[in-house]
Each structure stands twice: as structure tokens, then as C-alpha cells.
Design a protein around this ligand. Structure first.
Ligand SMILES: Nc1ncnc2c1ncn2[C@@H]1O[C@H](COP(=O)(O)OP(=O)(O)OP(=O)(O)O)[C@@H](O)[C@H]1O
Length: 635
């Protein structure tokens, strides 16, 4: 270490009194503040090399508060080029700390509340001439407040001064001033909009994420120009402000916002037109149905289509469908016979039992390489459902993984068998392509992908319009699917709005049927509480059940379609069985048409035998749809 004193530079004798600080050594007599001559505990080295204590450093070098003249050691508020302690920046009238905007009149600061008396206070006339309009004026460096907001005020602004409310710190808003007066506002990186509130001295700063208020301070008491209201009205720039770049900014942003608004309105009109067109088409379709002889095949779906802009856009993106390879229809055979042939002599349950017990694979075995896995769509109780591609077609790949607590190979077999046996051309089921069981811990099956989500998603998305006609059409589709299932002897047992998918043209498709776990009631109640909303009272009582339990569940789905809510949304899951057993049901909305309400009540009645069959339900719904059609036609 250098042995010369850090102040006087003469040698420090090892025997004499000395102080070591950092890498330097000092004579004890030299280790004092050069200002107050007190012994130092810590020091700052001045430009001349002398040592100075913290206190003197603050006294000499810290910025002084304009009000109390004491140095400012913490937050500095700067206004009109003057610095203040946070607490000293007070209103000359009410003496309260000014937070937000202020008025500067005759060398005094006033808060915006006390601005009500400006007429008593002489003020400088506005000097517009020294406000050069320039949207890119360099901002002065600001003073950081503790919360990170910068308050910057032009030193000699004579026209407009504004302060951003400091509680919007997270948005990093910065106001910047110009030497020529006036003000601008920028939002570092992205622009935001400023406009003046009607008859007030506040500016609204509207960024993409927040709206904050900027108090506008004018140095004038001349009547504030009447500006348009805060609803982004045009031409805020009146004569007085027309030269100000604040307004220039606003006008730019305003134009942009107006354009966006216009676009939105156009989109809305388009959707409305599409909706009307679709309803017209449906009416025509139904009319021709009414006029034609009844078909013996599956009743035609009454589905409406309500494509929206997004759907149209996404349709444009479907390039994979263009390069689709033709997928041949796979008709499974058991002992050389098709399901239809077998059903003439056997029940579906027998056929299913035979397939499952003899482990006959009646599905098309797909290789892992046939499919490409994409993103996960949903995670269910038994595994995950992925988006994927099979032969150039968008598909849903449901993976049963042994890692899942509900993993059950029998359930997989049952589901795959039922899916294979259901007519793949039925409009109200997803088309089934095949399955893979090579890896016993990781089974998957592949079916048609329904991109637009479940019935539950649609119903809870209140932004999606859903007219009564479409509600009936969706209900009809589900009833059609269930009628088909019951006609071949399959009880779904897990019908719910989450297990109904809605295509882009609003066709409903029932999925996830034949899950055997639902037979185990106790397990269902503990592991699958979500489904208890759809469980009929006889299931809770542990009595036997038949296909009418699906009708009960359908009653709840009917209710969801009209109420557009989750059933028992505010009820504890554990209370549902008790409530249902006591005869309580969700409240039917007051504006529900009586015919629809009657159908709901018939479906969810306590008495299984009194519930209508899906064949009857289909007829009732068809009549409802027809009467709507006739009513429309009369108009
Ligand atoms: N073909 C498909 N197209 C699009 N999404 C699908 C398809 N099949 C299933 N999904 C999505 O995956 C979710 C779960 O599917 P599924 O009901 O078959 O699985 P799960 O394991 O039985 O689930 P849970 O036991 O919760 O009913 C569905 O709610 C749906 O959102």
C-alpha cells in the first residue's frame, strides 16, 4: 500500500495516528470533512480531491426544494423547472399536497380542485406563438418518482403543462416538454392518445392498455375551449389548440380508432347479414322438407349455420383439406357380417359383449406413423385429446395413457368398438378413422376433428349470437344422435354439454359415449363430480337404470341451451344429489317458450317411465322448428 496520506500526500509514519479507508491511508488529522472539519465516518471525494462528509455533500450539492430551501434527498418533484420535496409541492390555496395536475398562476402552484377560483387570480395570457408544433420534440430528462413514473415539465413552458398521474407507474408513461412550451405525450415504444375532457382541464391519455388522466394546466384564464367529450369525438383541436402537437397526436390516434370502430361496425353488419341469410336458407330448407314425403332415413338435421368472421378466416386457412387423401369408408364386420345384418338377430349389447370378450378387433388398426400429433386440445379423465393430421385430414387423437387415473383398456375397447359400429356417415357423430393398441400403455383412437369446440363453450360465450331456431336445431341434432344410439341399444351414460361438439355450421355431434366407468356409480360420484349435474335421481338412489337416464341428462342439456349457463353453477357438487333426489332442478328462465319448457320438464321428471323417448323428443323438436318456420313465413 502507498504510504502517503490520501489528502496531504506526505508520508504517514507507522508510529503516528493514522486511518485506513479503502485502499488509502490518512493522517488522523487529515481525515476530516473539508467543510465542517468534523471527523469522518464515511466520505465522498470532491472534485478537488478533498474529503467531504455526507451531510455537507447534501448541503452543498443536493437539489434544493423551491419551497423550504432544504436539500432534497428522496423523491424530487419538478414542476415549471422548480424542484420540490414531495410534501412541499402543495397547493397555494388549500395547502394540500398536489397529486396529479396543477395550475401555475403568478408564481404559485394550485391544485386542480382549487382551480375553481382562477378568475380571482390574474394569470398570464396564453402565448401560443412560442409553441412550435413538432411531434418529435426531444423530451427533457425526467425526474423519477419512487413509483417509477417520470414527471417532466418544460422549463419555460408558457402554454400547456401537464402531469401524468403518478399512480400509473406501471405503464411507464412519460410526458415530455418542449422549451418552447406546450407538451407532448409519448408512451415509450407504443403511442397513446390524448384528448380533452369536455369543459374540464383534464386530458385523457388512452393507451392500448389503460386510460389515465392527465391534468392539463393552462397559463390562461381565458375560457377553456369547449372540447368534444371524452368519447373520442373528432375535432378536439379547436382554434386554440390547433397548433399544439398534443392535438396532432390525438388526431392521428383518433383517425386510427375511428377506422377500427368502422371496421368493427362493418364486421357486425356482415355477421347480421350472414345470420339473416342462414335463417332464410334454413326456412327454405324446412319448407321443402315439409312439402316432401317423410324420409325413412335419419331425420334431416335442422342445423343452422352462423359462421362468423373468424370462422371464415379460419376456413381460408384450411390448406390441409386441399391436399386431403381420400379416406375410404371403413365398414367393420364381425364374423363376416356388418352391424346392420347382426342387429337383425342380436342386440347391440350381445354383439358388443362378443366383440369385447373374444377380443375381436373390429376397428381399423392405424399405425403410429399414419398420424401426426399436434397440440393438446383437452385433458380428460382417461387421457389427453390432441389435434393431429391423418391422411392430410385434421383429426382428433384421443390418447388413453396408463399414467391417467381413469386408464382402463376395457373402456378404450368399448369406446372404439361403439365408434366403429356407429354409421360413420351419421351427421351427429364424429367420423371414426381407426385406433392403435400396439403399446398397451399408450392407446389412441382417431376421429374427425371438430375445431370450434364444445356446446358448453358455445353456450358460455355470450358474444356468440344464438337464436331460438338454432337452439332448437342443436337440441334436435343431439336428440337425433341419441335416438340412433338407443336404436342400436347403446346407453350413452355421460351425455353433457361438454360431450357435444359444435361444428362451424352449428351441427351438434355427440362424443365420448359408452364409457363404462359410469356404471360404477360410487366411482362416478367421487371421481367425476362434474357429471353429477346430469345424473338422474334413480342413479343417486342406486336403483337400476335404463336408457331413460340419457333422457334426463338431455333435459339438463336442453336447459343449458336455453339458459346459456352451467347447471347448478353456484351449488356445491356434493349438494346436487340431495337436491335432485328432492325434486329440485335448475330454474327455467322466465322467457323460455312454454313448449320448450314443457319438453325440459318432461325429460327431467323423477319418473323414468314418464320420460319421453328420443324418438318422441325428435318429433316434438321437429314440430317446434316447423311451427317457427311457418310463423316466419306468415310474416
Ligand atoms: N373429435 C374431437 N374434436 C374436437 N375436440 C374433441 C374431439 N374429441 C374430444 N374433444 C375434446 O376433448 C375433450 C375430452 O374428450 P372426451 O370427452 O372424449 O375425453 P374424456 O377423457 O372422456 O373426458 P371426460 O371424462 O372429461 O368426459 C372434449 O370435451 C372436447 O373438448
Amino acid at each position: 500500500m502507498d504510504n502517503s496520506c490520501g489528502v496531504c500526500k506526505t508520508e504517514v509514519n507507522s508510529g503516528g495516528e493514522r486511518v485506513k479507508a479503502g485502499n488509502s491511508v490518512f493522517h488522523a488529522k487529515c481525515f476530516v470533512c473539508k467543510e465542517c472539519k468534523n471527523e469522518l465516518e464515511s466520505f465522498i471525494r470532491g472534485k478537488d480531491g478533498g474529503l467531504i462528509c455526507d451531510e455537507c455533500d447534501i448541503k452543498l450539492n443536493a437539489r434544493k426544494c423551491f419551497k423550504c430551501q432544504l436539500p432534497i434527498q428522496s423523491t424530487i418533484v419538478t414542476a415549471r423547472g422548480k424542484s420540490f420535496h414531495n410534501d412541499c409541492f402543495c397547493c397555494a390555496s388549500c395547502e394540500k399536497i398536489i397529486k396529479g395536475g396543477f395550475f401555475f398562476v403568478e408564481g404559485e402552484f394550485y391544485c386542480s380542485t382549487c382551480d375553481t377560483k382562477p378568475s380571482n387570480k390574474p394569470t398570464q395570457p396564453p402565448s401560443i406563438e412560442n409553441t412550435p408544433p413538432s411531434p418529435k420534440l426531444p423530451g427533457k430528462s425526467g425526474v423519477s418518482l419512487a413509483n417509477g413514473v417520470e414527471i417532466q415539465v418544460p422549463n419555460n413552458a408558457t402554454n400547456i403543462i401537464y402531469v401524468l398521474n403518478s399512480n400509473e407507474g406501471s405503464n411507464n408513461l412519460t410526458s415530455s416538454g418542449s422549451d418552447g412550451g406546450g407538451g407532448s405525450a409519448t408512451n415509450s415504444g407504443s403511442s397513446f392518445m390524448i384528448h380533452k375532457r369536455n369543459n374540464s382541464n383534464e386530458l385523457n391519455v388512452i393507451s392500448p392498455t389503460i386510460t389515465t388522466t392527465v391534468d392539463l394546466v393552462t397559463s390562461s384564464t381565458t375560457t377553456t375551449p369547449t372540447l368534444s367529450p371524452s368519447t373520442l369525438s373528432p375535432h378536439v383541436s379547436t382554434n386554440r389548440f390547433s397548433n399544439d402537437y398534443l392535438i396532432t397526436l390525438q388526431e392521428d390516434m383518433y383517425a386510427k380508432q375511428q377506422q377500427q370502430l368502422l371496421q368493427l361496425q362493418q364486421q357486425q353488419i356482415q355477421i347480421q347479414q350472414q345470420l339473416q341469410q342462414q335463417q332464410l336458407e334454413i326456412l327454405q330448407k324446412n319448407q321443402s322438407l315439409l312439402n316432401s314425403t317423410p324420409s325413412t332415413t335419419q331425420p334431416q338435421s335442422l342445423n343452422t349455420s352462423q359462421p362468423n368472421i373468424n370462422q371464415q378466416l379460419s376456413n381460408l386457412n384450411i390448406s390441409s383439406s386441399q391436399k386431403n387423401e381420400e379416406i375410404e369408408k371403413y365398414i367393420p364386420k364381425i364374423n363376416g357380417k356388418t352391424l346392420t345384418e347382426l342387429l337383425k338377430h342380436q342386440t347391440f349389447d350381445d354383439i358388443l359383449g362378443e366383440v369385447l370378450s373374444k377380443k375381436i378387433s373390429i376397428y381399423k388398426e392405424l399405425s403410429k406413423d399414419d398420424v401426426t400429433f399436434g397440440d393438446v386440445i383437452a385433458a380428460g379423465a382417461s387421457g389427453k385429446v390432441y389435434k393431429g393430421i391423418y391422411k392430410g385430414r385434421d383429426v382428433a387423437i384421443k390418447v388413453y395413457s396408463s399414467e391417467n387415473f381413469c386408464f382402463n383398456i376395457e373402456e378404450f375397447d368399448r369406446e372404439v368398438t361403439i365408434m366403429s359400429l356407429i354409421d360413420s356417415d351419421h351427421p351427429n357423430f364424429t367420423r371414426f378413422y381407426g385406433a392403435n393398441k400396439q403399446n398397451k400403455k399408450y392407446l389412441f383412437h382417431v376421429s374427425e376433428l371438430v375445431k370450434s369446440g364444445s356446446l358448453r363453450d358455445l353456450l358460455l360465450d355470450k358474444e356468440k349470437p344464438l337464436v331460438y331456431f338454432t337452439q332448437i336445431s342443436i337440441a334436435s341434432d343431439i336428440a337425433n344422435a341419441m335416438k340412433h344410439l338407443h336404436s342400436i341399444g347403446v346407453i350413452h351414460r355421460d351425455l353433457k354439454s361438454l360431450n357435444v361438439l359444435i361444428t362451424e355450421d352449428y351441427t351438434a355431434k355427440v362424443i365420448d359415449f359408452g364409457t363404462s366407468r359410469n356404471v360404477d356409480l360410487a366411482k362416478q360420484m367421487t371421481l367425476n363430480l362434474g357429471t353429477s349435474c346430469y345424473m338422474s335421481p334413480e342413479l343417486f338412489k342406486g336403483n337400476g337404470y335404463d336408457e331413460t337416464c340419457d333422457v334426463y341428462a338431455f333435459g339438463i342439456v336442453l336447459w343449458e341451451i336455453i339458459a346459456r349457463k352451467e347447471p347448478y353453477e353456484n351449488v356445491n357438487s356434493w349438494s346436487i344429489p340431495v337436491m335432485v333426489s328432492k325434486g329440485e332442478r335448475p330454474t327455467i328462465p322466465a322467457d323460455c317458450p312454454s313448449e320448450y319448457s314443457k319438453l325440459i320438464k318432461a325429460c327431467w321428471t323423477d319418473k323414468p317411465k314418464k320420460r319421453p323417448s328420443f324418438k318422441e323428443i325428435c318429433e316434438v323438436l321437429k314440430k317446434m322448428s316447423e311451427s317457427l318456420t311457418l310463423k316466419r313465413n306468415k310474416k
